[in-house]
Design a protein around this ligand. Structure first.
Ligand code: PLP
Length: 438
């Protein structure tokens, strides 16, 4: 049985944090699994995970695929570049040099974390820009070869929307159909490639259902026909082992806030020797490929976060996957619950479900009321009443696809939190169903 310790003023900021922290450290044996209840019924896990000024929350956060909390070490790495080392990396004086050096160190650390060379990394404002950039670049660079691009029906809108824009400009887009598990095969891709195909873009891991795609084999199939290959690895980098040269990809998109880095920064990996046409023109930063004064502090934060994520990755993967599997086993006991995504090839921290006769958007506020922050799918479409295009593409009927619940874990989640979710969810599903049937 868990221990319940009443604490007041849990929502009052720093003093509250001190209260939680003190309890965490002073509570004798058993504190690791204690649950703290506030007057208003919000619960907080205080044991067994890193709690600090910036990450502390009286809530259970299981929406890490939307964005993930920054640990204190990342924030501390960024602080000098928000303060004393405020220089513009393009300035030639010592402030500028300091910033430039920080930027190049960040580039090196990011490159190392994904097996790239330093000069294969271009900084961007995030995954969306990196995806848009590569669509723009290849369509301009390769225009003489043809006007056909291949992607999939399960991509993030950061890829689908720019492809739609190209279509309006007369390009032809083939979107491959996933199977029921969100999987795309090299054979499917091979069949779709044409003489005039410029680019294949297939995501490394799906953000809605967590399926991990066979990027190495898909890339090999594209290269066999001399077609460039891009992967949106926003949900994969920092979550699974990944080496760009082993995968063989030509281009890859990264976003810092998915691996405990800051929001609004990311990178495009572009294999050495491949030309990239700028999407953003201006002062000529990033060797003329991506203009705009660099967000030094956040890029330093991205490097720190990525390095931390890939260090001890295997050990973290195992413990996160264990929590995910416990969640899956527990949730599948709820009548009418279905797991979506590939049962084997899936992200260690992502479990996505459909509940018959339960609109997913109704579960989210109910969970939120008791301090569990989850999602019904992609964060950018979380408020939408439409069923996820990913689930529809996987063949789920709209009525069932509406009942999606995505729980995405990180290394900062604890087993005690999983227990709370498993205790709460069956009742919430039951009560939402009852309300629906009235
Ligand atoms: N691609 C995928 C697969 C994503 O999940 C996301 C964000 O959720 C993006 C791209 C967009 O990344 P960003 O938020 O950095 O623009």
């Amino acid at each position: 049985m868990r221990e319940f310790i009443p604490v007041t003023n849990l929502n009052n900021g720093l003093p509250t944090y001190e209260t939680i922290l003190n309890r965490d450290f002073t509570t004798p044996k058993g504190a690791k699994s204690c649950v703290t209840l506030t007057d208003n019924g919000v619960c907080a896990m205080v044991g067994g995970r890193e709690i600090n000024r910036f990450m502390h929350t009286p809530r259970i956060y299981v929406d890490n695929a939307a964005t993930s909390p920054m640990p204190e070490a990342v924030l501390q790495a960024m602080m000098p570049y928000l303060g004393v080392s405020f220089g513009n990396p393009s300035s030639t004086h010592s402030y500028g040099q300091e910033a430039q050096q920080a930027l190049e160190t960040a580039r090196k650390r990011i490159a190392q974390a994904i097996g790239a060379y330093n000069n294969e990394i271009y900084f961007t404002s995030g995954g969306t820009e990196a995806d848009n950039w590569i669509v723009h670049s290849v369509s301009k660079q390769q225009a003489k070869k043809g006007k056909h691009l291949i992607s999939t029906k399960i991509e993030h809108n950061a890829m689908l929307r720019p492809l739609e824009n190209l279509q309006a400009d007369g390009f032809e887009i083939t979107l491959l159909e996933p199977d029921r598990f969100g999987m795309i095969t090299p054979e499917q891709l091979t069949q779709a490639i044409r003489e005039d195909t410029l680019l294949v873009s297939i995501m490394s891991a799906n953000n809605v259902v967590g399926t991990v795609l066979p990027i190495q084999a898909l890339c090999a199939a594209a290269h066999k026909r001399n077609v460039l290959f891009h992967t949106d690895a926003v949900q994969a980098v920092g979550h699974i082992r990944l080496d760009v040269h082993a995968l063989g990809v030509d281009f890859l998109s990264i976003s810092a806030h998915k691996f405990h880095g800051p929001k609004g920064v990311g990178a495009l990996f572009s294999k050495l020797g491949l030309p990239v046409t700028p999407l953003i023109a201006g002062g000529g930063q990033e060797k003329g490929r991506r203009s705009g004064t660099e967000n030094v502090a956040s890029l330093v934060g991205m490097a720190a976060a990525l390095e931390a994520s890939v260090t001890d990755l295997d050990a973290h993967l195992q413990s996160i996957a264990r929590l995910r599997d416990k969640l899956i086993a527990g949730i599948l006991k709820i009548p009418g619950a279905h797991l979506t995504g590939d049962p084997v090839h899936r992200l260690p921290g992502l479990a996505s479900f459909l509940f018959e006769q339960v609109p997913g958007q109704l579960l989210i506020p109910e969970l939120d009321k008791i301090g569990i922050c989850a999602s019904s799918g992609a964060a950018c479409s979380a408020a939408s009443k439409d069923a996820s295009h990913v689930l529809l593409a996987m063949g789920y009927p709209p009525a069932l696809a509406h009942g999606a619940l995505r729980l995405s874990l990180s290394r900062y989640n604890t087993e005690a939190e999983i227990d709370v979710i498993l205790e709460a969810l069956p009742n919430i599903v039951r009560s939402v169903r009852q309300k629906q049937s009235v």
